[in-house]
Design a binder for this molecule. Structure first.
Ligand code: EPZ
Length: 423
């Protein structure tokens, strides 16, 4: 994996340091990706700021460039001119590298009435089907043929309709929003995803002339308009990155201030971290996390769609609960296979048993340093958190998973007093 032309592969962590200081959170990965996809629709130039420097963002800009968009950097972020886009065929390799590029289907169907994309297969955390995406786009009038591993999508004009989602899928909701913004008539999404990133996408699209209401609620209404125009937008801060630093402070008996947060987007994380004993104070758009000496267990931590507890924080909390004073239970209800970090934490001395989507974590006094392997983005971050408190040295391999979603992770942790290096 290359970052800035350099090959990096693992973190070396010496545990035991208390984290103290201030962190500035970067823009949200899961917001910038759908918004970059949305810039395709207008055929004009958008300026997007507060963009995190992540591999997934690089992949999205490479995909947009490969179909003809002109992308440049300015002092605030990226300038995306989507007028010159001249291809509807998404590059297979890049789509496989980042499955959320599937949301370009809605944008390209809206702009060109056609797109060809490879079937984005499963990933480390589960089979990740896209049946809800395809069902909704077909309901809006897209003809979708699946052959030889490709999806060939065509429409003579998308039409607004009433869509009942079987599950509040984030990706399916975003794909429908991109397809419906300029569709003929009105689209209603029932059981829509309510994540803050959906609201951010609505805000960007409405600034571009769309007429969308209800993001953040289970029912959204999208009144199709004839076209969208250029607009500027600042990406919301990343609530999962924020949550990860909150857990880092709690695990290391630390005290940190996190700047540029939206407290409303963090309520379930704040509530659960307070349950483990941490003191959390909010002051406008910054937060202070002050750990208590002892970490209390959580009787039941269940992941759910927003505003429930985010599945993207499950691994980090498993790491925290592995050093709590007592036994905790985690029920992962969103993804089928999102406990791969458990066996790696067990290598570090954690006492964790998993049964399908349920994990039982018996807190232990101390973790010990070991060589462990990141198997996915959030699981990798959880291993780094374990290494921060482990006795001795931890080597976290395959950190390219982590660099997909955390900007300057090691540098920021070092600035808070952690002993971590990248080799
Ligand atoms: C988004 O993925 C996020 N990714 C994920 O974050 C996050 O874990 C997930 O939402 C849930 O919050 C981005 O935003 C880029 P879903 P997405 O569609 O859109 C099932 C991270 O760590 N489903 O809400 O793919 C699916 O299998 C990543 O940053 C269907 O069955 O999630 C899963 O079990 C990981 N059919 C559940 O719904 C479909 O057509 C939730 O998936 C679509 C989804």
């Amino acid at each position: 994996m290359y970052i800035g032309g350099e090959v990096v592969s693992k973190y070396i962590i010496h545990g035991g340091n208390k984290l103290e200081g201030e962190v500035q959170v970067s823009g949200a990965k899961n917001s910038v990706l759908p918004i970059l996809a949305a810039t395709v629709i207008s055929g004009e130039t958008s300026r997007i700021s507060n963009i995190p420097r992540l591999r997934d963002v690089e992949v999205m800009t490479e995909i947009l460039t490969s179909i003809g968009a002109k992308i440049s950097k300015d002092s605030h972020g990226l300038v995306i001119d989507s007028k010159p886009i001249n291809s509807i065929h998404l590059p297979e390799e890049l789509v496989r590298e980042m499955r959320s590029s599937i949301i370009l289907m809605g944008a390209l169907l809206a702009r060109f009435g056609e797109t060809i994309v490879t079937y984005p297969g499963g990933c480390e955390i589960g089979p990740r089907p896209i049946d809800l995406h395809l069902k909704s786009l077909r309901q809006m009038g897209a003809i979708i043929e699946e052959s030889h591993g490709f999806l060939h999508c065509k429409t003579s004009g998308l039409k607004g309709c009433d869509i009942q989602l079987d599950y509040p899928s984030v990706g399916a909701t975003e794909n429908i929003m991109l397809a419906a913004a300029t569709a003929k008539g009105t689209t209603i999404i029932r059981n829509a995803a309510r994540e803050p990133e959906i609201i951010d996408l609505q805000n960007y699209l409405n600034k571009s002339g769309a007429r969308i209401q209800g993001a953040g609620n289970s029912i959204m209404t999208i009144e199709g308009v004839s076209s969208l125009k250029a607009s500027d937008h600042r990406i919301i801060p990343d609530r999962i990155v924020t949550g990860t630093y909150m857990v880092a402070a709690a695990m290391t008996n630390g005290e940190i201030i996190i700047k540029d947060i939206i407290a409303e987007n963090l309520q379930s994380i704040i509530a659960k971290l307070r349950e483990t004993g941490s003191m959390i104070t909010i002051d406008g758009n910054s937060m202070k996390v002050k750990a208590q000496n002892n970490i209390s267990p959580i009787e039941m931590l269940q992941t759910l769609p927003f505003p429930g507890f985010p599945t993207d924080m499950q691994a980090q909390f498993m790491s925290l609960l592995s050093v709590a004073e007592g036994t905790s239970i985690i029920n992962e209800t969103v993804f089928e296979n999102r406990f791969k970090h458990a066996e790696e934490l067990v290598r570090m001395g954690a006492k964790i048993k998993t049964f399908g989507k349920v994990a039982v974590i018996k807190g232990t006094k101390e973790l010990t340093g070991a060589t462990v392997f990141a198997k996915d983005l959030r699981g990798g971050a959880a291993l780094v958190l374990g290494g921060l408190v482990a006795n001795g040295t931890t080597k976290v391999e395959n950190i390219y998973h982590i660099q997909r979603g955390y900007e300057n992770f090691d540098r920021i942790l070092r600035s808070l007093g952690a002993s971590i290096s990248c080799v």
